[in-house]
Design a protein around this ligand. Structure first.
Ligand code: ASP
Length: 285
């Protein structure tokens, strides 16, 4: 038996955990992380996930998501347009197909074929913010203010682990850009014998070092959860030399329900729920 735990990135992780926790208790870690992520996707105030997600430079909202469970089962979608719950489409890719990742029009065709309802995602408020903040500085790099990807990681009472992640990707991205979030090993990785890890921030940094898988490998090698996250952040700092405005945060849990995180820059926080008690954890950089 393990101590059940649910963690979710950023301040909106709090509402996500409140929605996901009952599923962790009564169902499974996989159901809990999916429900947590769906909550952020449905919230129009969350600016880089689901309904409130920023469009790319062509004004198109494209979503990336992934789920992964205890036994290396995984499913993902990239550049999905017109469907709110990218995480649930990703889960159906896992449950119903032999594939791991569907992209673009093929992902939307799949969602339609299994009866998911298409909907328009770009809200008037998001469009207004987009006009104001993005078009006027089209070449500006993405920065710390616009990372909101939701990553949820859970361990249920049976000691089964699962993770899910969903994003519209960085503000100001080129059309067609896919970040770390739907890529197994970069934005999310789960190994039922070790733990679960996920990334948020400048996705290219996570992609280049397969950051989430690297955290798990360092935990497998004996590092504690927080130390594993810190060592991968240090590796990124030393080998990739990210610019001073580049944020990347890593969050992980192990199969005993211990959790930890690390980030390149200050400002990262996550929601932690144990025994039904929700709290926010601010991470030093
Ligand atoms: N990691 C995401 C991406 O690069 C962005 C984010 O975390 O907000 O697409």
């Amino acid at each position: 038996m393990s101590e059940p735990v649910l963690v979710s990135t950023w301040h909106h992780g709090r509402g996500a955990n409140e929605a996901g926790w009952p599923h962790l208790v009564s169902r499974s870690a996989l159901d809990a992380v999916e429900e947590a992520v769906r909550t952020a996707e449905a919230d129009p105030e969350v600016r880089s996930v689901g309904r409130g997600g920023y469009p790319d430079r062509l004004g198109r909202v494209t979503l990336d998501a992934v789920v992964m469970d205890h036994d290396y089962r995984c499913g993902a979608v990239a550049a999905l347009e017109g469907f709110l719950h990218a995480v649930s489409v990703a889960r159906e890719v896992m449950e119903r197909t032999d594939h791991v990742l569907l992209a673009g029009a093929g992902a939307a065709d799949f969602a339609r074929s299994i009866g998911m309802q298409p909907e328009r995602l770009l809200t008037a408020e998001t469009m207004r913010l987009f006009e104001e903040k993005v078009r006027v500085r089209e070449t500006a790099p993405a920065n710390i203010e616009n990372h909101d990807t939701i990553v949820s990681l859970g361990c249920d009472a049976q000691g089964r682990l699962a993770g899910a992640c969903s994003t519209s990707g960085l503000m100001n991205r080129l059309h067609g850009r896919v970040g770390d979030s739907p890529i197994v090993g970069a934005g999310l990785y789960v190994d039922g014998e070790v733990g679960a890890a996920g990334a948020t921030g400048h996705g290219e940094l996570a992609l280049r070092v397969a950051a989430s898988a690297l955290v798990i490998e360092r935990m497998r090698g004996g590092l504690a959860v927080a130390a594993a996250c810190e060592s991968v952040i240090e590796h990124i700092r030393r080998r990739l030399r990210p610019g001073p405005d580049r944020q990347l945060a890593l969050l992980a849990i192990d199969r005993d329900g211990r959790c930890g995180a690390a980030a390149l820059l200050p400002g990262f926080s996550y929601a932690l729920t144990r025994a039904g008690v929700h709290e926010m954890v601010e991470v030093d950089a």
